[in-house]
Design a protein around this ligand. Structure first.
Ligand code: SF4
Length: 44
């Protein structure tokens, strides 16, 4: 591809936690962390 056509598909993907692979990974980590946090609260 020689030029950007400004379709903004890349921008939409970048800000979509369900489409962008690195964001998906981060979201999974966040969810795991939240689960752990809930377990800690239950123990205390
Ligand atoms: S996906 Fe992004 S880089 Fe590619 S043409 Fe569209 S705006 Fe440009």
């Amino acid at each position: 591809m020689r030029e950007c056509h400004y379709c903004l598909d890349c921008q939409v993907t970048y800000y979509n936690e369900e489409k962008c692979p690195p964001l998906k990974k981060m979201a999974r980590k966040k969810a795991k962390y939240k689960e752990a946090e809930i377990n800690i609260k239950e123990v205390v």
